[in-house]
Design a protein around this ligand. Structure first.
Ligand code: HAM
Length: 419
């Protein structure tokens, strides 16, 4: 690097840095997602962040493929994308082992996605997303189960049923409306995307009229206005009651943007005044797997993003307070005690204590202050007298309490104090 030049410490727009306090929240969210999925019998899978662009063409959503995908050409001239969503990758993985996988498969993954969007509250260019899907089950039980799982995750993060609401609809209602209004298949994906974005558009009726012609646009709006529920949605709602999921409403304005949905669709909404918005959603997609040349395999699931989850927790006062994983700092009184401090640290680690050794060489008071600043709950000063006597004074930095113990009693003391 030339003298005097320096790099900017700024990150690329819309992507994420996670300082330890941020990563702590991220891990809280992920752990609730993982645990909930596993409590429901879902198996974890993963895939590369790189996929051939072809995977998304004609299968995902035109808006994502044409306007939001990060793509590049590799050294062999192939078009590659950073995944904008997980569902096509999941379909690819399943299709490749269609004969071996026992169905129904309950699979989940937590992975980062990239979309070239205008960064704003709740929408960034990089986000992490839980995907939980059931593949190979066509019945309403699977629709109900994935929604119950979404509900379970929200509850496990501390939300109560008044904090959020699940809104249900069905793509088949939309298809029936298109049919009745004489809207041909080629126009339907664009119409569905407009409906999905209606609240964000300045003039939705005008945009719809431009796409469908004024008369058909009006007919469609009227038809949808009159469509308030269906026997299937009522049945789904009562299935959900069996899971103790009651904060459900039927809202035929929910459409979701992707082309692959074929049945039930849902969105989870925040009910708080300051954050009244869609948090995440999903639905049934029974024809996507057939695109891979194999059988038609029904599937249903959802994607839950970390950005909106974090905003939700914040709006409801549910964010966990930060504490580092480190339980103990060994403060080293002088250089000659270093070897002994490291040996003690190793013994404690084998007993499952998380311990950092302070090798700064600073005065002991400064070392203790640093531990306190870092929110580490306990310190032990290690010097010659500790080395010679084999007894150590464990100090609780919050209460100020001290206790002197032999090395083999330290772990037990920490665990009982930490609860
Ligand atoms: P999606 O609605 O596009 O669906 O994304 C799912 C969730 O990911 C969103 O509701 C939101 O929580 C989060 N998300 C999406 N884009 C962004 C963004 N730019 N910034 C922050 N968060 C974002 C899907 O992707 C479907 N593949 C989900 C699915 C799985 N359907 C069935 N199975």
């Amino acid at each position: 690097m030339a003298k005097g030049s320096s790099f900017s410490a700024e990150r690329y727009r819309g992507v994420r840095d996670f300082y330890p306090e941020d990563q702590f929240v991220q891990r809280f969210i992920f752990e609730h997602m993982e645990r909930s999925c596993e409590l429901f019998g879902y198996e974890e899978y993963g895939a590369s962040i790189l996929e051939p662009v072809e995977l998304y063409r004609g299968k995902s959503s035109e808006e994502i493929v044409n306007e939001q995908m990060y793509t590049f050409t590799d050294r062999g001239g192939r078009e590659v994308a950073l995944r904008p969503e997980m569902t096509p990758s999941l379909a690819r993985l399943i299709a490749a082992r269609e004969r071996e996988i026992p169905f129904p498969a309950r699979w989940y993954a937590i992975a980062n996605m990239f979309r070239y969007e205008r960064p704003q509250r709740g929408r960034l260019r990089e986000h992490w997303q839980l995907n939980a899907d059931i593949v190979g089950a066509a019945g309403i039980e699977a629709d109900a189960e994935v929604i119950a799982l979404a509900h379970f995750i929200m509850r496990s993060m501390g939300a109560d049923e008044h904090d959020f609401e699940i809104r249900l609809s069905d793509r088949r209602l939309l298809d029936a409306a298109y049919e009745e209004c004489g809207i041909e298949g080629t126009l339907r994906p664009a119409a569905t995307r407009l409906l999905d974005k209606r609240d964000k558009l300045d003039d939705f009726p005008a945009a719809l009229a431009e796409l469908l012609g004024a008369e058909r646009a009006r007919a469609l709006e009227e038809k949808l206005e009159r469509t308030t529920s269906s026997a299937f949605l009522e049945e789904l709602r009562s299935e959900l009651q069996g899971f103790d999921v009651r904060n459900v409403s039927i809202d035929t304005r929910v459409t979701r943007g992707f082309d692959y949905y074929t049945g039930m669709v849902f969105e989870v909404y925040d009910t708080s005044e300051e954050n009244r918005r869609s948090l995440f959603g999903g639905g049934r997609y029974d024809n996507l797997l057939a695109h891979f040349g194999g059988k038609q395999i029904p599937a249903v699931g959802f994607g839950m993003g970390d950005v909106t989850a974090r905003d939700f927790l914040d709006a409801h006062g549910l964010l966990p307070g930060y504490a580092p994983a480190t339980e103990l700092m060994l403060c080293v009184v002088d250089r000659s005690a270093m070897v002994h401090a490291n040996k003690l640290a190793q013994d404690l680690r084998r007993e499952d204590v998380t311990v950092a050794v302070n090798f700064s060489g600073k005065r002991i008071g400064d070392q203790v202050r640093q531990a306190d600043k870092m929110n580490i709950p306990f310190v032990i000063a290690v010097g010659e007298s500790e080395r010679d006597s084999g007894r150590y004074t464990v100090k609780n930095l919050e209460s100020g309490a001290e206790i002197t113990l032999p090395a083999d009693r330290i772990a037990e003391h920490l665990f009982s104090s930490l609860g």
